[in-house]
Ligand binder design. Structure first.
Ligand code: ASP
Length: 305
């Protein structure tokens, strides 16, 4: 099932399945196995949805929700904090068969932003809602707001303190999450969710909720979720670069490696990518020290970092 397995790229054939990432970055060696286990749990949860007849979209959403709820990742609970110590979530979800898509950005006070993204997608009128408008939409769609303190972990507070005191590099946190899925009909879907960068300005929106940058699904090409330096990913339109190359028939894992190289050359940014094609090939690649990932599907399971 796994045909390429090198430290910075892996790929295989899966048929129906779910592939997730737990963010590009440089996770402390002591915490790496937890990140891999979290990804495993999410990929399995996503695949369980496919097995019970759910679509690729349902599966990507379910896997992303599991990762949002695990406080070790920079999404949902445990998300990176803004320079004011608040939580502003970004998330997006897209279906490759219909190109239906939904996203929220800089939204405050909800536990599972990927579910908000799904509601935006189902509503169908707009693709992306931000800030107060997104929160108002969520309340109108019966999402319960939570106390922001319940989303903030001690680790997120420490990371912010480091950045504010100049002891930590300002920039992306690692731990953003993403999921790509392929269902039995060859439909693909992608989800990405994040707290963004540590100490970001209020209102900063990264690549994750922007279609063609951090998230994209199109049955003519693939489902893709990106992670890494969001400003760089936005500048090169990383997910679109990957999708266009796959639509031309290029090989998934080579496409990921060259898209990351191109981003580094043009912007200095590093990151990671996961992809699932309608034909059932999956691949993951990174230009960072780590990116936890896991795949679960009809042909088995695997995981790494
Ligand atoms: N890409 C995310 C952002 O810039 C951060 C990450 O992937 O860790 O918001």
């Amino acid at each position: 099932m796994l045909v390429v397995a090198m430290p910075d790229v892996c790929a295989g054939e899966m048929g129906p399945g779910v592939l997730v990432h737990g963010g590009a970055g440089d996770v402390d060696p002591a915490r790496r196995s937890d990140h891999v286990d979290g990804c495993r749990e999410a990929a399995r949860a996503g695949f369980a949805v496919l097995r019970s007849g759910g679509s690729a979209l349902d599966a990507a959403q379910a896997a992303a929700r599991v990762l949002e709820d695990l406080p070790m990742f920079n999404a949902g609970t445990g998300a990176a904090l803004t320079e004011e110590g608040t939580v502003e979530h970004d998330a997006a979800l897209m279906e490759g068969t219909t190109l239906r898509a939904g996203g929220v950005a800089a939204v405050r006070g909800f536990k599972n932003p990927v579910d908000l993204a799904r509601a935006v997608l189902e509503d169908g009128r707009h693709v992306l809602l931000v800030g107060d408008g997104a929160a108002r939409f969520a309340r109108a769609h019966s999402f319960e707001a939570v106390d922001e303190a319940s989303l903030v972990t001690a680790r997120a507070r420490e990371a912010l303190a480091k950045v504010l005191s100049g002891r930590g590099a300002t920039g992306w946190a690692g731990g953003t999450i993403g999921a790509v899925a392929r269902d039995g009909r060859g439909g693909v879907a992608a989800a990405t969710s994040t707290g963004g960068t540590v100490g970001k300005r209020l209102g900063r929106v990264g690549d994750s909720p922007i279609l063609g940058a951090g998230t994209l699904a199109d049955d003519r090409a693939c489902a893709v979720s990106a992670t890494g330096d969001g400003e760089g990913i936005l500048k090169v339109g990383l997910a679109r670069v990957v999708a266009l190359a796959l639509e031309r028939g290029e090989v998934a894992e080579s496409v990921l490696v060259s898209a990351l190289e191109r981003m580094r050359e043009r912007t200095g940014a590093t990151g990671g990518l996961i992809v699932f094609t309608p034909a059932g090939r999956f691949a993951a690649a990174r230009s960072t020290a780590t990116m936890s990932w896991a795949v679960a599907g009809e042909r088995g399971q695997d995981a790494g970092i």
